[in-house]
Ligand binder design. Structure first.
Ligand SMILES: CC(C)(CO)[C@@H](O)C(=O)NCCC(=O)O
Ligand code: NA
Length: 569
């Protein structure tokens, strides 16, 4: 018995662990303070929310991976691999198209429009109403998600080491709120860079010590191989199978598109790049780092399996939560090595801080740009900046309340987070796709499509909670059991949620558009005007509305569009 839960995490190694953790918080605050006092001193919304559109690709790319890589993935993925084998690793296949499409479809459109909020596109293409619906949906998504993010590391540490749960939640939330409010997007991006490095270092430390303590690489490999944890390619087409190549490799593409294509947290980073090329490059650079992050967390799960194969330490721990078990494994490995438990705790909090800071800043941006500015056009710049700061701080406090709601849910945190992305992010992806790829879609169709998409998403998502399905089957059930009717519908793999909900929005959006009088926005559309396929102006492909306003959109006018900039810079 390790007795970790009574002794506290660091008691055996001493003060150096606390110092490392304190350094993380202090360094993040220092970066916040630095950007509060340098440059333009955060006196304009351009600087506070858009980092003066001056960023280089390296910090942007590290910040991009930090946005959606939180303690949820660091704890959740090893738990998943430990329990179900390496099948989840195939989600790495979805990163290829999941990043190429944002780089060459979404970035060119949004960057060239010079918008501040991605949802501005929805007003240009459809109407104000669609923009507001999109913004409100995004706010819901991020507010629920950041609750999970801030709760996860606090919960897991508390279960294993007796770290004070609500004290930890409060400290994370407040530190993050402070540096986000002081330093704006520049501070958020540069703390992300620092925190991403700490995150990788912590994971690497656990793996290296863990491999050494379980008898070396070949011993770990022998154990996971004999324990049947190396999964082959599962090509089962059944959409209710939780993890197969199709659900992860194809369903995952839509998950990635909803995060890296249209999510404001990421779009804002693309927009903060100094040039469009730099934005595209940063998106490319996400690929190797994201593969590394995935590999580290999967390997950690394998080492954990090698350590405990056969015996399950969950009774010793007094909880059957896989998430808590991962922390137990880490502390078990690192105890007695001064500094390393502290490094891992810093790794968890780096991951969490870098995610919620992106959430605070992007939420402040959309609230300001989409919900406030259009209705107070005369607001002075200094007042708008002050208000943006107040918004960032308020979302920080709201985050603490959301952590309490997460506390009341049960599922594995990884599944909760990915379900939120699919249930709320999927319909938003559908809305943007409807605008960009379907010239017939009109505003009524878009609103109806989004509403229906969200309703169906919550119907399936909540149905799966009550029937305990979404692809997960009890272990003793040897796959003969096939749910029927509505139950089968509810047991759709959660990895398909993004794709399914995206298609619902497009389908309903198109049907309603045709019923209410479709728009004819043909002039700028490459599929109907093959000549345009070879022009290098993506902005004319996807932005029907602005051209219509310029009077080039007469019915069936198929003449090539002039290459005029949409808005003068
Ligand atoms: C978003 C993906 C799938 C990208 O690999 C991954 O980072 C992940 O599983 N994230 C889980 C959510 C989180 O870590 O907060
Ligand atoms: Na993060």
């Amino acid at each position: 018995d390790l007795g970790l839960s009574t002794l506290g995490p660091f008691s055996q190694t001493g003060v150096v662990d606390y110092v490392i953790f304190a350094v993380l918080l202090a360094a993040s605050m220092a970066i916040g303070l630095y950007y509060a006092l340098s440059g333009g001193r955060q006196r304009t919304t351009q600087e506070f929310l858009m980092a003066d559109r001056s960023m280089h690709c390296l910090p942007v790319s590290l910040s991009l991976i930090a946005s959606f890589q939180s303690a949820v993935a660091i704890i959740g993925v090893p738990g998943e691999i430990y329990t179900h084998g390496t099948q989840y690793w195939f989600i790495g296949c979805s990163y290829i198209l999941g990043l190429l499409i944002p780089a060459h479809v979404f970035i060119p459109v949004l960057y060239r429009l010079r918008v501040s909020s991605a949802y501005q596109y929805l007003e240009l293409r459809f109407s104000k109403a669609v923009r507001i619906c999109g913004t409100l949906t995004f706010i819901c998504q991020m507010v629920i998600y950041m609750g999970v993010c801030v709760y996860t590391p606090a919960f897991a540490l508390n279960a294993v080491t007796g770290f004070e749960l609500w004290g930890t939640v409060l400290a994370t939330g407040l530190v993050c709120t402070l540096y986000t409010t002081m330093g704006g997007l520049k501070a958020v991006i540069w703390t992300d860079v620092f925190q991403t490095v700490v995150m990788f270092a912590g994971q690497l430390a656990v793996i290296m010590v863990g491999v050494q303590r379980t008898g070396g690489v070949s011993e770990v490999w022998r154990k996971v191989w004999e324990g049947n944890r190396i999964s082959g390619l599962d090509l089962n087409p059944d959409p209710t199978e939780r993890h197969t190549f199709w659900t992860l490799g194809v369903g995952g593409i839509f998950l990635m598109l909803s995060l890296y294509g249209v999510n404001q947290a990421q779009v804002q980073r693309y927009l903060s790049s100094r040039t469009e090329k730099e934005a595209v490059r940063s998106c490319y650079m996400v690929f190797p780092s994201l593969q590394l992050a995935l590999a580290l967390s999967c390997v950690m799960g394998l080492v954990m399996f090698a350590r405990y194969c056969g015996e399950d330490p969950s009774d010793k721990l007094g909880t059957s939560s896989r998430d808590a078990m991962v922390i137990y494994f880490v502390m078990d490995m690192l105890q007695g090595l001064p500094g390393l438990p502290g490094l891992f705790v810093a790794c968890l909090f780096s991951a969490a801080l870098s995610t919620i800071s992106s959430a605070f800043n992007s939420l402040a941006t959309v609230t300001m740009e989409d919900l406030i500015k259009p209705y107070f056009p005369a607001m002075s710049e200094s007042r708008a900046t002050l208000l943006s700061k107040a918004l960032a701080a308020s979302y920080g406090l709201l985050c603490l309340a959301m952590a309490y709601l997460t506390h009341l849910m049960g599922d594995s945190v990884l599944q909760v987070a990915l379900k939120i992305f699919g249930m709320v992010g999927g319909p938003i992806l559908g809305l943007f796709s409807l605008g960009m790829f379907f010239p017939w879609a009109n505003s009524t169709g878009a609103v109806a499509g989004l509403g229906t998409g969200l309703a169906v998403a919550f119907w399936v998502g909540i149905g799966s909670i009550f029937t305990r399905s979404s692809g997960a089957r009890p272990l003793q059930d040897n796959s003969v059991f096939r749910p029927t009717g509505l139950k089968r519908f509810y047991s759709l793999s959660y990895m398909w949620y993004s794709a399914f909900n995206c298609f619902t929005v497009i389908l309903i959006g198109l049907i309603i558009s045709f019923l209410t009088g479709r728009q004819v926005l043909m002039c700028a559309y490459p599929l109907y005007n093959p000549q345009l396929l070879f022009t290098n102006s993506l902005n004319v492909y996807f932005l029907f509305r602005p051209y219509e306003r310029r009077g080039c959109n007469t019915r069936n006018n198929l003449s090539p569009v002039r290459e005029t900039p949409l808005f003068s810079a």
